[in-house]
Design a protein around this ligand. Structure first.
Ligand code: MSP
Length: 659
């Protein structure tokens, strides 16, 4: 058997100053989808992801955490790796920039660039913050440090420089010869004009940073940011011994649009300087935005992958990320859209088609897919449409147009639904002719479902594996070769597998509330003890998680909770969240916006002017997209946990502290 062609793809290596949010998950999901797709097209695939662990930010974060840098980054790298594993996204290679294999590769690459005459010692002058011990990129004399706000000083330090300026022409020639190197096309134009505008040499070492890879024999020089980080792609597949592993050059670097320049200008230039093979393609995708802005923990608008995977399954998240936004463009993330798509495309679409097909085969043909006889026009039309769908979907996958690939695939699913509705197998009787007609209809539907399952596998690995078993098809769906996929390969006669839960329908507002409360808990573990909206009596989740009766807390623990008398000023319902009310509450020092899970028990108007007990020092969190800054105390009454607001029989001053 001829050796399989290789395909090496990478995600960026992620910074260790935080944990993965939906943006990082997006890149990694896409990489995983391509990996699975390429395997089904006969490639031997290696995917690399990892962590970018050096630099001043890590020095600072470790200092704040009171641990050595090595300990800090080891913990973070473990957390990233563990999360990818939990989400089914582990790569073949997880490279850390503190790995010895990486340190050696960076030092080796530097040596090659230097021997070839592309490295020189010079001086770097920039604005430096003496409090944070760091240069402030792009700052001018007189600017303040963006981190601490104090004035920066002009400082000159000795650096090694990379002669990027020498690569203007080689890069432009390279782009011309390799028109697919930068994708999508719009980004390519941006990069070409940037390079045409002239390239400045690049400082690639620092003496003011301690936490970095040492430049051998040149201490205290350490490698600076991109020379270190980009090289990780090569370290992961052999470094200096890359030829032995046979994976280099990378076939595809997947990156966000924010870091395309580093990947399409610096990285090929470093490799050209070292006379090493240059990657084949860099694909820059857009951003997932929340409320039209970039996600950040301080804004309280990060979306986490785990709560979504827990609530709807990882396949649902994968499907949404790829289906919702055209690859390459920016898009907004919304829980509403996520759950809507889940219910319509997965629960009612694919999931429903699979379970009803299996149920009909179970009932009519004792759980074995029947053989089709002579097909009628309607069967043949569906077969033709499905066969055409195969070509279309594969074509879109090749072009990385995942949204379109899924749209085409779901057109095929819709065609099957329509076919069943018009053919009505359930209305046929037991005569020989009717039984044969039913056999044809169900075999045709099962064959369509088999093909859809194979094509959807890269995006929905778990659920398609379940459908494959349900259909009683031999082997595993991931082993099916896409190149040979066509109508007419259904294995009939084999018993169906056990019925499987695929995508249970969810109630939208309840699902969103649960996702948000899991996310709040993950983001603020110390301040979000209960998976509940912002009343002590959570709507839906019953009692808040109180410590067990035997678990006593000290007065100092109780004192940490700040409670005050508040007065409700306004109250309104939140569209799409039938359990929540949005309140504004005067707590003496300020008016706070607080969401409370009491909408099913209190009319908004009846609350105006009411004095309530408010927990005022909870970290703010978002419920159904609305910021809630505090919690109203209520009793939880009866088995359904009906909230009854705590109040004051005597008149009390607004803002008075509860003790
Ligand atoms: N460490 C550098 C990359 C070095 S690669 C040699 C870095 N790390 S990062 O943690 O900031 O992650 C950057 C990548 O995460 C982006 O390029 C993008 O792939 C992904 N995303 C982070 N936030 C994102 C969104 N909100 N939306 C989509 N992807 C984004 O830069």
């Amino acid at each position: 058997m001829p050796a399989k062609p290789k395909f090496y793809l990478t995600t960026p290596i992620y910074y260790t100053n935080g944990l993965p949010h939906i943006g990082h998950t997006y890149t990694t999901v896409v990489a995983d989808v391509i990996r699975r797709y390429k395997r089904m097209r006969g490639y031997q695939v290696v995917m690399t992801t990892g962590t970018d662990e050096h630099g001043v930010n890590v020095e600072r974060a470790a200092k704040n955490a009171g641990v050595p840098e090595s300990e800090f980054v080891a913990k973070m790298a473990d957390a990233w790796r563990a999360l990818w594993e939990e989400l089914g996204l582990s790569a073949e290679e997880f490279v850390r920039t503190t790995d010895l294999r990486h340190v050696r590769t960076v030092q080796w690459l530097f040596k090659l660039c230097r021997e070839n005459g592309y490295v020189y010692k010079g001086h770097y002058t920039g604005q430096y913050c003496i409090y944070d011990n760091a240069f402030v990129n792009d700052a001018k004399p007189g600017d303040n440090c963006p981190d601490c706000g104090r004035p920066t000083e002009t400082l000159t330090e000795e650096n090694y420089f990379f002669k990027l300026s020498a690569f203007q022409k080689p890069l432009l020639d390279f782009y011309k010869k390799n028109p697919d190197f930068i994708q999508p096309e719009s980004r390519k134009n941006e990069i070409v004009s940037f390079v045409e505008g002239g390239l400045k040499d690049l400082s690639i070492t620092r003496t003011t940073v301690r936490w970095g890879i040492p430049v051998p024999g040149e201490e205290p020089h350490v490698f600076y940011v991109w020379f270190d980080a980009l090289t990780a792609y090569l370290s992961a597949v052999g470094g200096p011994d890359y030829e032995k592993r046979g994976m280099w050059p990378a076939d595809l670097h997947l990156v966000g649009k924010d870091i395309i320049r580093f990947h399409t200008v610096y990285w090929p230039a470093f490799l050209m300087a070292a006379m090493l093979p240059v990657p084949k393609q860099v694909w820059a995708h857009g951003w997932f935005l929340m409320d039209a802005s970039k996600m950040s923990k301080s804004k309280g608008n990060v979306v986490l992958p785990r709560p979504i995977a827990n609530m709807l399954g990882m396949d649902a998240l994968r499907y949404f990320l790829l289906r919702e936004v055209a690859f390459g463009q920016d898009g907004n993330f919304s829980y509403d859209a996520l759950v809507t798509r889940y219910n319509s495309d997965l629960a009612n679409g694919l999931g429903n088609l699979a379970s009803r097909t299996a149920a009909m085969i179970e009932k009519t043909f004792a759980g074995k897919i029947p053989k089709a006889g002579k097909l009628e026009a309607a069967d043949e039309a569906l077969a033709r449409e499905t066969q055409a769908g195969i070509g279309e979907v594969l074509d879109y996958f090749e072009k990385m147009n995942f949204a379109r690939a899924l749209e085409s695939l779901w057109t095929v699913i819709a065609a099957a639904d329509k076919y069943l509705t018009t053919q009505k197998p359930w209305s046929l009787g037991d005569s020989e002719a009717d039984m044969q007609r039913k056999a044809n209809i169900l075999a045709t539907t099962a064959e369509l479902l088999r093909i859809v399952t194979v094509l959807a596998h890269p995006v929905l690995p778990d659920s398609t594996a379940k459908i494959w078993t349900l259909l009683g098809q031999p082997g595993s769906v991931c082993a099916v070769e896409l190149d040979g996929l066509r109508w007419g390969q259904l294995t009939t006669g084999a018993p169906l597998g056990k019925p499987q839960t695929l995508f249970p329908r969810v109630e939208k507002s309840e699902a969103i509330e649960r996702i948000e409360s899991m996310a709040n808990e993950e983001l603020n573990p110390s301040t979000a003890p209960a998976p509940a909206p912002a009343t002590a009596t959570s709507a839906g989740s019953g009692a808040a998680a109180a410590p067990a009766a035997s678990e006593k807390i000290g007065i100092e623990d109780f004192a940490k909770v700040e409670m005050r008398v508040g007065q409700i000023k306004t109250a309104e319902r939140i569209v799409g969240a039938d359990k929540l009310l949005k309140l504004t509450v005067d707590i003496g020092t300020e008016i706070r916006q607080i969401c409370a899970g009491i909408a099913q028990f209190y009319e908004p108007d009846s609350l105006i002017g009411r004095k309530v007990a408010v927990v005022t020092n909870l970290a703010p969190r978002k419920l159904r997209g609305v910021v809630s800054n505090g919690m109203i105390i209520a009793a939880s009454v009866g088995p359904e946990g009906r909230p009854v607001l705590a109040g004051f029989p005597e008149d009390v001053e607004i803002g008075a502290r509860l003790k």
